[in-house]
Design a binder for this molecule. Structure first.
Ligand code: ADP
Ligand code: MG
Length: 323
């Protein structure tokens, strides 16, 4: 039985890091308090995400791999008020189409669970198996059946770099979740899950960097900003040092990056980027996340106003603490 197709997969599953992002987002949506990520050979050998969240009921496991079988939207109008990270129901079918997936999940505390094996979109195993509450998701041999895609993959180091970037941002966006991240068995990141973002900054950027950041605060009628920005001395050579979290979702946004840089412009030379973790909160109607399947790009309905707000909040913090 074929439950997915490869063509649609291309949009969601660009590289191993996209798989990690989708699986971790699902674990977050399932209200997990701890998430353990294991990667082998840049994710091309295996990607495993274990969570202690709500789990998937035995009878729903197979359905979860059908396109648009999301459990997260109850109404079309929800698309404009999205609070969960996932909502398209595209990730699991797309991933399963281009890899060998093994799912073990339980939605109960009685030890009963379900195991599924799907290879290249074909269901091979669907059986009862003992499992703790939560979900254990393994993706083996990514792109094994799409040689063109596989060939396009860069070195293990490059893919690992993309995955690490996803993991840093996910953990910064969710200080309340305890993450571990291992590559080829080596522990690369561990966060305590206490809710304290400063501890996550210490885990990601080092304890000395965490002593060089300033808390960000501000609000107006539409927006609230929190998080931390780095003193100019700990600026980086990569714009990846700027992380933007909107309503708990980490995003990429050129305009916000520019607003951050404008606030710093007298303090940093060109080609240096501040360490910044921005936490923006706004009514869901002010941000459209339904722009691209990866859900990483968003559109703000009052962009100009938001950019002024961000720039001014950062400038005020810098003025108070540095200038
Ligand atoms: P979406 O996240 O857009 O709903 P996905 O394809 O990523 O779609 O997942 C399909 C469904 O599988 C989800 O809606 C959810 O019900 C279930 N699911 C996937 N991963 C998990 C998980 N780790 N824990 C609990 N449920 C999950
Ligand atoms: Mg999802």
């Amino acid at each position: 039985e074929h439950i997915a197709n490869q063509i649609a997969a291309g949009e969601v599953v660009e590289r191993p890091a996209s798989v990690v992002k989708e699986l971790v987002e699902n674990a977050i949506d399932a209200k997990s308090s701890r998430i353990d990520i294991h990667i082998g050979e840049g994710g091309l050998e295996y990607i495993r995400v274990q969570d202690n969240g709500q789990g998937i009921a035995a009878d729903d496991c197979e359905t979860a791999f059908y396109r648009h079988a999301t459990s997260k939207l109850t109404d079309d109008r929800d698309l404009y008020q999205i609070t969960s990270l996932g909502f398209r129901g595209e990730a699991l079918p797309s991933i399963a189409a281009v890899s060998k997936v093994e799912l073990l999940s339980s939605a109960t505390d009685d030890g009963a669970g379900r195991r599924l094996v799907i290879e290249g979109g074909t269901l091979k195993v669907n059986e009862d198996e003992a499992a703790p509450r939560g979900t254990d998701f393994r993706v083996n041999s990514l792109f094994y059946n799409t040689p063109a895609r596989l060939k396009y993959m860069k070195t293990v180091q490059t893919e690992l770099g993309h995955i690490s970037d996803v993991m840093y941002r996910m953990s910064l966006a969710h200080p309340e979740i305890a993450f571990t991240f291992r590559h080829n068995g080596n522990l690369l990141l561990q966060t305590p899950g206490t809710g304290d973002m400063l501890q996550v900054i210490a885990a990601v950027y080092g304890t000395s960097a965490a002593k060089m950041v300033l808390p960000l605060e501000g609000e107006n009628l539409d927006y609230q900003i929190g998080g931390y920005i780095g003193r100019p001395e700990i600026s980086k050579s990569s714009r990846n040092a700027m992380s933007i979290v909107v309503n708990g979702r980490y995003i990429r946004n050129y305009a916000v990056n520019q607003a951050i840089l404008r606030a710093y412009h007298t303090l940093l030379p060109i080609n240096r980027y501040p360490l910044a973790v921005l936490q923006l909160t706004m009514h869901p109607s002010l941000v459209d996340v339904n722009v691209h399947p990866s859900k990483m790009e968003v559109r703000f309905s009052k962009e100009a106003e938001l950019m002024l707000f961000v720039e001014e909040a950062i400038r005020q913090t810098l003025r108070k603490e540095i200038l």
